[in-house]
Design a binder for this molecule. Structure first.
Ligand SMILES: Cc1cc2ncn([C@H]3O[C@H](COP(=O)(O)O)[C@@H](O)[C@H]3O)c2cc1C
Ligand SMILES: O=C(O)c1cccnc1
Length: 353
């Protein structure tokens, strides 16, 4: 199975240099002072390199929501009970979750993948790829074994490959899994080399007292499991989660097929840290949609070397911030394809000094 992942990481190419250069030149010829569209210009340049054209467009957009349960919920680390994952799964599948609403507005399709929900789920639109019925309690031992983590990564890779084959041009990462900010914080501790006090946040909105307990649970999980920082699969299997692993695969699959992948919040960021550790060049295909309200997310993005587009204080996950940023991506694409150049509009360029 590891060789199947290496096959994917092995084909991730750097962004296209020529398209990158063409985008820079075009931006400087458009009727505006150079650099005046700020971060949108940087985004335009990155998208050009990813999609190998200075004038990309992304009509077919897909948000992939990976859902799974976490054994560590039995430690009382969330404000909500584990059953909410399954209950919310029905809500996603009937179109009533926040991400469904925002995706409809942004013209994106939502794919909902059961990669490890602890319960039975059937629905005609469900992508049933259950690897196991949730993870084990990482505060007592490994969350899962290495094979489960590998299988979950490969689920994500396949979802990406199938979607690209049927025309998907841009992805958004989404997730649902009560307890997954605990697993994500543990991953950040190891791969980002930070302390639990720095990495752990309030997730669904826990009290001060429960926050201290959550920090202690992450400390315990790290002590019990001793995850090896140099071995991302060891980290993912011991203190990660199935939806995090699935998103890691989705990111790698998207990067391997030269498709931009928009990262949502803290959980998506944890998956991205694992993807970066497995394939450093995959970060070229990642776009950080926003910095979330979850403590540790800002630092996580710094570790990934990514600049977030938005800062709205979101702390929901599901892919919500990612889908919102599709509007900005659409704006950038239109700037690159519809704006006049100094020549075409007969506007004088900057005076040379
Ligand atoms: C109703 C509801 C809808 C959600 N949608 C996303 N999350 C978010 O909250 C969870 C992570 O927070 P924690 O680690 O504190 O459990 C994940 O399911 C995440 O997607 C939700 C949480 C709830 C309760
Ligand atoms: O940053 C996130 O994505 C987040 C924060 C809190 C809860 N769920 C998700």
């Amino acid at each position: 199975m590891i060789s199947a992942i290496e096959e994917v990481t092995g084909v991730i190419a750097p962004p296209d240099e020529q398209a990158t250069l063409q985008a820079v030149l075009r931006l400087n010829n458009l009727t505006k002072p150079p650099g005046s569209l700020g971060q949108l210009e940087a985004l335009a340049v990155r998208l050009a390199g990813i999609s190998v054209t200075p004038q990309p467009s992304y009509t077919k957009r897909m948000v992939v929501v990976m859902a799974a349960d976490h054994g560590v919920c039995s430690e009382g680390i969330s404000a909500f009970p584990q059953e909410v994952t399954l209950q919310m799964a029905h809500n996603f599948l009937s179109g009533g979750a926040a991400v469904n609403v925002l995706a409809r507005q942004a013209g994106a399709e939502v794919k909902f993948v059961d990669i490890g929900i602890n319960g039975d789920l059937t629905h005609p639109d469900l992508i049933d790829r259950k690897v196991r019925l949730g993870t084990d309690n990482m505060a007592q031992g490994p969350a899962m074994n290495r094979d489960d983590a590998l299988r979950a990564i490969l689920v994500g890779v396949k979802v990406a490959q199938d979607a690209v084959s049927s025309g998907t041009e841009i992805f958004v990462t989404g997730e649902m899994g009560i307890g997954n900010t605990t697993a994500s914080a543990a991953i950040l501790c190891v791969l980002g080399n930070v302390s639990p006090e720095t990495a752990v946040g309030r997730g669904t909105g826990i009290t001060d007292e429960r926050l201290l307990h959550k920090i202690a649970v992450v400390e315990r999980a790290l002590n019990v499991n001793q995850p090896e920082a140099a071995d991302a699969l060891d980290v993912l299997s011991k203190v990660g989660g199935l939806e995090i692993a699935g998103l890691t695969g989705l990111i790698l699959g998207a990067a391997a097929s030269r498709t931009p992948i928009i990262l949502d919040g803290f959980i998506s960021g944890a998956a991205a840290l694992v993807a970066k550790a497995l394939a450093p060049e995959s970060t070229a295909y990642m776009i950080a949609s926003h910095v979330s309200g979850e403590q540790g997310h800002k630092l996580m993005l710094e570790r990934l070397g990514l600049e977030p587009l938005l800062n709205l204080g979101l702390r929901l996950g599901e892919g919500t911030g990612g889908v919102l940023s599709l509007h900005l991506i659409e704006a950038v694409c239109r700037i690159m394809s519809e704006m006049a150049t100094f020549d075409s509009a007969g506007v004088s360029g900057a005076e040379q000094k």
